[in-house]
Write a protein of this length. Structure first.
Length: 150
């Protein structure tokens, strides 16, 4: 099954179509644990709507044992794209906390889960803290589960 065939993607497209109708400078966040398909969905949506995707993983500082980003560079990229004005998608683990640290508030949040994903032991405590603080699944505008059949 390819990305275009996932019914969950169609649900997200339907939800975003009205919000992005005239391509305003809106910030869309894709949240979820590691390995659930955030970037895959982000790339699909960026292609579908012809808008930018910022993959927060590209701004991670390696070997920190936790989520540490190049915040200034990441904020500069996101805000410069929003000034055009055009929609921007940002994906990442604990993305709402990341955006909050950058003084940015998403206009729409997508939360992805999957029983196929494996939990990162290194980030277990950080993710638990994030989930307690932000309730990402229940506070998202749309929550989808992408579990691939065997």
């Amino acid at each position: 099954m390819n990305a275009k065939e996932l019914p969950q993607y169609k649900e997200v497209i339907t939800s975003l179509t009205q919000l992005l109708y005239d391509l305003p400078g809106k910030l869309i966040a894709i949240d979820g644990q590691s390995g659930v398909g955030k970037t895959t969905l982000g790339r699909y949506l960026a292609w579908q709507f012809n808008i930018s995707l910022v993959e927060s993983d590209l701004f991670l500082i390696p070997n920190q044992g936790k989520l540490v980003y190049l915040n200034e560079a990441l904020a500069r990229v996101i805000t410069s794209r929003l000034k055009k004005p055009r929609p921007v998608i940002v994906d990442g683990v604990a993305v709402r906390r990341l955006l909050s640290n950058l003084a940015l508030k998403p206009d729409f949040v997508i939360y992805i889960s999957s029983s196929d994903a494996s939990e990162s032991r290194m980030l277990k405590d950080e993710i638990a803290s994030y989930e307690a603080d932000f309730n990402p699944r229940t506070s998202a505008d749309i929550a989808i589960d992408i579990t691939h059949p065997l």
